[in-house]
Design a protein around this ligand. Structure first.
Ligand code: ZN
Length: 257
């Protein structure tokens, strides 16, 4: 089989500016473009190397290999018909589980809440929230035609699960998310931050998966810097679940204590 090489940005050995804090980011490691996040049998290697860089200040790990792609190239090479093979929880398991978490945290306030799910790909999460008694729950995903119409107005809660690690320009991407956040209001989001032993795992850490579209791998410091550029604070429930906000609604005290 011949090798079809997608259009990648040329690699340079000089450090480039961190996409979040602009500090020097040298080449850190390289991984095959077919490497996914699935533990277990891997598909065959593509022969296409994807280089990642790491910021020496905030620890953000990122690739700029896809930064010249338009939306059609992302759909052709990553978010294509085979994507579901590499992210099997995408359709049901993840949105259903996340809906239960959101319902658990916000059940006391649900009757008056407008919720927007950003980047989730389908309406499973919002349909579950509506069934569970939330006043309004709307799906918006610019990458999915049936949910790509931007919603009107601001939302008390924007949920954004497993999306930030897919953003080639995280600061601009966060800017688009917060356009929909009411003030007071918040973004409940997930992305897995680098573990304490990341230096010993390096590019072997399972979450570094270019086939899954994981182009931006955060540290807690990198998350704080990225949200901070928009005047938001971020607090973490654990390594994967976080809440970002300018001002929290006063009556949400029980959510974050
Ligand atoms: Zn940085």
């Amino acid at each position: 089989m011949s090798l079809t090489v997608p259009r990648l940005r040329a690699v340079t050995t000089s450090p480039i500016a961190c996409k979040i804090c602009e500090e020097p980011s040298a080449l850190y490691g390289v991984i095959d473009s077919n490497r996914s996040c699935l533990i277990g049998p891997q598909t065959s290697l593509s022969g296409v190397p994807i280089y990642y860089r790491r910021c020496e200040a905030c620890g953000f790990l990122f690739t700029d290999a896809f930064d010249d792609w338009d939306i059609n190239e992302f759909k052709a090479h990553i978010y294509n018909d085979e994507y579901i093979v590499f992210d099997p929880d995408y359709k049901n398991a993840r949105p259903s589980g996340n809906a239960n978490v959101v319902t658990g945290f916000w059940s006391a306030h649900k009757a008056n809440m407008r919720v927007l799910d950003y980047g989730g790909g389908n309406d499973v999460l919002c349909a579950t929230l509506r069934t569970n008694g939330f006043k309004e729950a709307v799906t918006y995903d610019p990458m999915v035609p049936e949910h790509s119409l931007p919603p009107a107005g601001k939302f008390d809660l924007v949920t954004c699960f497993e999306t930030l690690e897919h953003l080639p320009d995280p600061v601009a991407g966060i800017g688009k998310i917060i356009e929909f956040v009411a003030d007071p209001g918040a973004v409940f989001y997930s992305t897995l931050t680098q573990p304490d032993d990341f230096d010993s795992q390096g590019m072997s850490w399972w979450y570094v998966g270019p086939r899954n579209g994981h182009v931006s791998i955060f540290t807690k410091q990198a998350l704080a810097a990225a949200w901070g550029k928009h005047g938001f604070k971020t607090a973490s429930f654990n390594a994967g679940a976080h809440l970002a906000f300018r001002t929290l609604p006063e009556n949400w005290g029980t959510v974050t204590q």
